[in-house]
Design a protein around this ligand. Sequence first.
Ligand SMILES: Nc1nc2c(ncn2[C@@H]2O[C@H](COP(=O)(O)OP(=O)(O)OP(=O)(O)O)[C@@H](O)[C@H]2O)c(=O)[nH]1
Ligand SMILES: [Mg+2]
Length: 280
Amino acid sequence: MSSSDLNNPPVFAPPSTNGGPSEHGSRRSSDRRAHPLRRAEDQPPPRATVSLVVPARNEARNIPWVFEQIPDCVDEVILVDGDSSDATVHMAADCLPTVRQVRQSGPGKGNALRTGFLSATGDYIVMMDADGSMVPGEIPHFLHFLDNGYDFVKGSRFIAGGGSLDITRIRRLGNQVLLTATNRLYHASLTDLCYGFCAFRRSFLKDLDLHSTGFEIETEMITHALRSGLRIAEVPSLELPRRSGRSNLHAISDGRRVLRTLLSERPHARTPSPTRGSTG
Ligand SMILES: Nc1nc2c(ncn2[C@@H]2O[C@H](COP(=O)(O)OP(=O)(O)OP(=O)(O)O)[C@@H](O)[C@H]2O)c(=O)[nH]1
Ligand SMILES: [Mg+2]
């Protein structure tokens, strides 16, 4: 089983731009051209492939801004539509003809993400909102840590280099209370909890064992990653205000769902599951 590095969260280091073979920010096909004097065994190992899962409910006006910034290191984009009544589905296909569109099987962001994760084929899965609050250009920072041995990488708005231009006082307070409870329960030192910009190795999807239907899915992912002993890193992330449209989140009722998830998942609240996990 892998170990968690939560007590010593890694210092953020942006990917280099000098063409290192294992770093996603600089992976281009030109890097992989065969050199005439290079033998097959000298070639860098094949790079990990990346699926981006984007849940979207009535985000037609935001999709173009998001999709046009998706970096080249993403191999597959999966849009999970939540019965949008606007042109989300058409806009996505128009902006990115290769997008894979999946319909979720029930209501809620949690259901949407689980549906998207199951249809992803990449070695790494990145999840990102469709409302323009997360900057696709940050994706290589997450991949950098996966490339360097971490299993689960989460964005944090509350470490140096991160921030939020969106969070309200009530959300900040709720996040802080729930985060403190999580850190106590799992002896961790995370800096953010209710934030949905994350990346992980697809091989750990089973370990994450996800069942949430709503916004509590982010907490479920983190607590299950902690419980499974995954190696977790945090990277700074800047949350922008949603570009257009209305929020689907209700601070009080969704906060309650997060709290319920946290309490029902706390260590010793369930019968222990068999040892799981492996190094990725
Ligand atoms: N497919 C699907 N996507 C959803 C659903 N609920 C929310 N989303 C998407 O999940 C992402 C996050 O939802 P938001 O409504 O932005 O929630 P939030 O970020 O907490 O709220 P804001 O701060 O107002 O942006 C967005 O891309 C939504 O479109 C749903 O039921 N189904
Ligand atoms: Mg949002």
